[in-house]
Design a protein around this ligand. Sequence first.
Ligand code: GLU
Length: 302
Amino acid sequence: MLTGRFAPSPSGRMHLGNVFSALLAWLSVRNQGGRMLLRIEDLDPDRCRPEYAETLKRDLDWLGLDWDAEQTPQSRRTEAYRAEFDKLAALGLVYPCYCSRAELHAASAPHASDGTVVYAGTCRDLTPEQRAVKTRAPAWRVRVPDERITVHDGLQGLWQEDLARDCGDFIIRRSDGVYAYQLAVVADDGAMGVTQVVRGRDLLSSPPRQILLYRLLGYPVPEFGHAPLLLASDGRRLSKRDGDLGLASLRERYTPEEIVGKLAYLAGLNPGGGPRTPEALAQGFDWDAVPRQDIRLPEGLF
Ligand code: GLU
C-alpha cells in the first residue's frame, strides 16, 4: 500500500510553504487510497520544542490534513539509530572525523553549482595512532562509493550524482552524539514502510545520500516528489520568520478551506482559487498539474 508521511521539525510554527508541501503529500496519498503517517522530527534538541510539536499537530488537524498513525518522535528513537549506525560500522563504512568547522572549510573547495561543501576525506584513512592523539570529540562519517546514484523524482525528473565527487563522505552522527538527519530519516522511513516521500525542494540535495543509506541498510528506496517552494512576492524564500504568512496569523484571517483552496490554486489544482477542503481535492489530484519551478506568491493572494 502507498504509504506517505508528514515529517515536520517542531522548530517553529508552520508557514505557508510547509503547508503547501504537506497538502501535496496528503493529496498524493489520499488520491491513491494510501496511508499517511506523521513523524515529529525533533532530533535537534537546540532547535526543537515539544510545544511546537503540539501546535503543528493542531494546525494540520485544523487544515483537514489527517494521518492514520503517528510514529515515535525522532528524539525517542536513539536506540534504533544506533542499531543502523552499527550495521554500517559492521560493514567497515564508518569512521570518526575530528575536523573542526574551520578546518572543513579550509580543506574543501565549495561545489561549483550550489556551494555545497565537499568533504575532502581528511580523516578517512587516519591510523589508530593518529586517532589516539586527537582530543576533539569526533563526528562520524560514512564512506561513499565512487559511483553515480540515479534519482527518479516524480516532480523534478531524473538526475544523477556522483557521491564521491559531489558530496564526499557525509556525517551520520554529529560530534555531540546526535544522529544526523540523513541517517534518522532513512532509518525511520525504512522501518515504517514509507513508500513515498513528498517534501519541499529545499531538500533536493538529500536523495542521493539517502538512496545510498536505504541500500546499505537493506530498505527499499521510496518514490520521491520534491515540491516547489513558495516564495514571497519579492522572490525571497519564505521562512518561519515570515510572521504574516505563518499559521498563527493566517488562522486569524482565513478559514482552513480558504487557505487550502488558495494553495491548491497555486498547485494548479483549483483554477478558481475558491475555498476547498482537502477531501474535495483528493479525487482529482494530478501530479502533472503541479508546477516544477518555485512559485512566487501573487501580490494580495494572502
Ligand atoms: N524534518 C524535515 C523538515 O521539516 C523534513 C524531512 C523530510 O521530509 O525528509 O524540513
